[in-house]
Design a protein around this ligand. Structure first.
Ligand code: GRF
Length: 213
């Protein structure tokens, strides 16, 4: 059974591209639609090139966050998704939205959660003198960047490394772990249990499935 995935973006969509590139006959994840809150998001062109239907829903056209999220739910649910994937979707979601997709909403965050929630994570990891950095795929809950982690990729920070290089290396890891998490979900291996993220019926540790390079 294919797993119908709706991807939400706001920008470049390099993670979307990684998900597109990982579609195959052996992978049950199928991207049914890409929705952006910005008409100029480059990811929309990536979706067009792959023949995936797109829609733009600008938050500026709505009076408040609740009204936008209600319209967003309607747009997403028109595609009857099994999974909703946030791939650089730069909006804070209302509790109602998050609850509606409980257990079928994934996000990728560019840090080793719970370290460096929020923005500017690469500079913060460098400023803190962290020995390692990375990225996390997590189920979305009402706590911002706080939901149970499914997969984490950790890389060492090189001595004297600048933020551009570190950002680039973390991005490469994002492109590995996001398609993997989506595939595991589509295969029924990854689930949100009552007490956290589960892989193959076993509760994952706080770091999720950890890949260290
Ligand atoms: C990524 O760094 C992701 O971790 C964050 O937003 C960025 C999106 O990049 N949530 P892209 O649009 O997928 O290239």
């Amino acid at each position: 059974m294919p797993c119908n995935v709706v991807v939400l973006i706001s920008g470049s969509g390099s993670n979307l591209q990684a998900l597109i590139d990982n579609q195959s006959d052996s992978n049950p994840a199928r991207i049914g639609a890409v929705i952006s809150n910005r008409a100029d998001a480059y990811g929309l062109q990536r979706a067009h090139a792959a023949g995936i239907p797109t829609q733009v829903l600008s938050h500026r056209d709505f009076a408040d966050r609740e009204a936008f999220d209600a319209a967003l739910i309607e747009a997403i649910d028109a595609h009857q998704p099994d999974l909703v994937v946030l791939a650089g979707f730069m909006r804070i979601l209302t509790p109602g939205f998050v609850r509606h997709y409980q257990g079928r909403l994934l996000n990728i965050h560019p840090s080793l959660l719970p370290r460096h929630k929020g923005l500017d994570t690469h500079n913060r990891a460098l400023a803190a003198g962290d020995a390692e950095h990375g990225c996390s795929v997590h189920f979305v809950t009402e706590e911002l960047d706080g939901g149970p982690v499914a997969i984490q990729a950790a890389i060492p920070i090189h001595p004297g490394e600048n933020v551009e290089k570190l950002t680039e290396r973390v991005h490469l890891e994002e492109h590995r772990i996001y398609p993997l998490a989506v595939r595991w979900f589509a295969e029924g291996r990854l689930r949100l249990g009552e007490h956290g993220a589960m892989l193959d019926g076993e509760k994952l540790p706080a770091s999720g499935h950890l890949i260290r390079t």
